[in-house]
Design a protein. Structure first.
Length: 309
């Protein structure tokens, strides 16, 4: 009986020991497997960019409003002003002007000049591919960052280097309030004075056969000015083109055409139907101011590098 107990106890010890070894072996294998699976594979950001289709821009555009200014100047007043200025149209050598009796009014036409007033915003949240070169000790053979392995490039220099590829996230946020003419060019604010608007603009448009601005051309003008995707864009997060205010104003104009009875030469002169001011003079001043601004900006850009040095 005594020996039997010892034998059984010894057998139990062997069984327990074997079980413990099996358990330890399982734990070690599990740990090794866990360590292997937790190591992240190398990330290709270029592949990520190619896999993500660039999302289309989201448009948020309000309906367009049409405003037609009332004509506050009587046509007779315009004719009187034209008679006073008609000799200037045919001036020669800056001082010679013809006899006023030789200058005759041929026609007087009323028309409406369109102006686009728009408040727009462009927002772009995007990524671009990038790479950073990091200098390391020449004796280093391997670098591990974020579970990714990098192998240095060896050179004659005292240090080695590794290149880390990644992505940079950037944001473009542009807001603009614009007043444009019918061709999409920046208009002179002086040519658009404040005036009461017609209560029934559609009837006025039909009565004077006003050529209306196309329904989407104003949006296209502003989109070309604001929406510019960077060339190095790899993928977008958010892209929004928004127009919160959108108005087309039709301002009254008078065009007087005169003829020189001696030379049969014709010249025209235009007046604002709200203020009776001559349009050309205001446009000349505007062009001069724009030219001066453009010249000054070029001079500043040229001098900036010199000033920094």
């Amino acid at each position: 009986m005594y020996y039997t107990v010892i034998y059984n106890s010894f057998s139990a010890f062997i069984i327990i020991n074997k079980s413990f070894s099996t358990i330890m072996h399982y734990i070690e294998n599990t740990t090794m497997t866990s360590e292997v699976t937790t190591e992240n594979p190398f990330i290709s950001y270029a592949a990520i960019a190619n896999e993500h289709v660039q999302s289309a821009c989201t448009d948020k555009i309000v309906p367009r409003k049409t405003v037609v200014y009332e004509t506050l100047v009587d046509p007779t007043v315009i004719k009187v002003t034209g008679e006073r200025l008609k000799r200037r149209l045919f001036t020669k050598f800056a001082v010679l002007r013809p006899n006023p009796t030789h200058i005759q009014l041929v026609s007087m036409k009323k028309y409406y000049e369109p102006y686009i007033v728009i408040n727009a915003k462009y927002f772009l949240d995007y990524y671009r591919l990038c790479s950073y070169t990091v200098s390391i000790d020449k004796d280093v053979v391997e670098v591990i960052l974020q579970n990714q392995k990098y192998y240095p490039k060896k050179s004659q220099a005292s240090t080695g280097s590794i290149t880390i590829d990644g992505e940079e996230r950037l944001v473009i946020d542009k807001t603009s309030f614009l007043m444009l003419d019918k061709n999409g060019q920046e208009a002179n604010l002086e040519t658009l004075p404040s005036a009461p608007s017609e209560k029934k603009p559609k009837e006025t448009i039909a009565k004077y056969d006003i050529a209306e601005i196309d329904s989407e051309v104003d949006v296209d003008f502003v989109r070309k000015r604001l929406v510019h995707r960077p060339k190095d864009l790899s993928r977008t997060v958010t892209e929004v083109f928004e127009i919160g205010e959108r108005v087309v104003i039709y301002a009254p104009r008078f065009k007087l055409t005169y003829i020189n009875a001696l030379t049969y030469q014709e010249k025209s002169i235009e007046f604002d139907g709200v203020t009776s001011k001559r349009i050309r003079d205001e446009n000349i001043r505007f062009r001069i101011v724009q030219a001066l601004k453009s010249t000054s900006n070029k001079v500043v850009k040229t001098l900036k590098p010199t000033i920094k040095k």
